[in-house]
Design a protein around this ligand. Sequence first.
Ligand code: DGY
Length: 324
Amino acid sequence: MTARFLQMIDLPEPGASMLAEAGHVTRADEVVGRDLAELTCSGDYDVVVCALDQRFDAELLAEAKLAGIANYAVGYNNIDIAAAERAGILVGNTPDVLTGATADIALLLILGVTRRAVEGEAMMREGRFTGWRSDLLVGKDVAGATLGLAGFGRIGRAVAERALAFGMEVIFAPRPPAHREVSDEELGALAGRVRQVRWEELVEHSDVLSLHVPLTDATHHLVDADVLARMKDDAVLINTARGPVVDESALVTALREGRLFGAGFDVYEHEPAMAPGLAELPNVMVLPHLGSATRDTRAAMAELTARNAIAMATGAPVPARVTA
Ligand code: DGY
């Protein structure tokens, strides 16, 4: 039987051609006006190819008639994985292929905030640069600064490697707010070069606190007003993970009160909106969720998404399967 794909996103090549060769593809523009619940319950599709803004909650999944959901992202907080499993629906994501690109964006934000690149850019574009001055936009050194990584999965580790090359001291809390010991064996090439601490210590000792945790009930508002109050006065907060990991309005308050050096964000609590006031703060660098946005990375994500979708539709082993 021909595999039937419901492609809710603009899937880059080679993913789009792979799906078209493997079966019949219905694109989002052919089903305008029909909601996801109606489409997935229709029994007309085997696999939905989607991204973060398509939400599959328990209610929808209980009714859905699908073999699988191929998420064009490594994060899968848009899908209730336990409910998908109960409904016998496979879920796939795109790990590994976007690790380097996302880690690069974290470094871009770390350097951009500590070296006050946004203020400098604005000054140039607005014609306010009147010549070199010894006190012009003086920032913070990253060499010798302590980078605290909240979460130590693939992306956290790739950020650690890059930060070490910049001379940063790297500490990490593997699964905050809970504690888990990571063995030297698990650390591999990073053993002896990074130090494991508890979440509380990470918060209090980091000059730069960078978030690399999935969004779960345990990490929702992991960085709240209380955590912000415990961070160093001059610290920098970086979020390339998921917006709701930070209480964004508490962050705006902390920044307004001058309690942090600055913040760099690629993701937002109420994405695509930013918390009121965030964009007006000069010491904040904000990007529109660009973590995986390089040509090669997006092509690799599209290919893996298509391989996942085809495997789900044909009953083959799913290359990157998510389980509860
Ligand atoms: C992901 O993959 O989870 C990113 O947030 C989008 O590329």
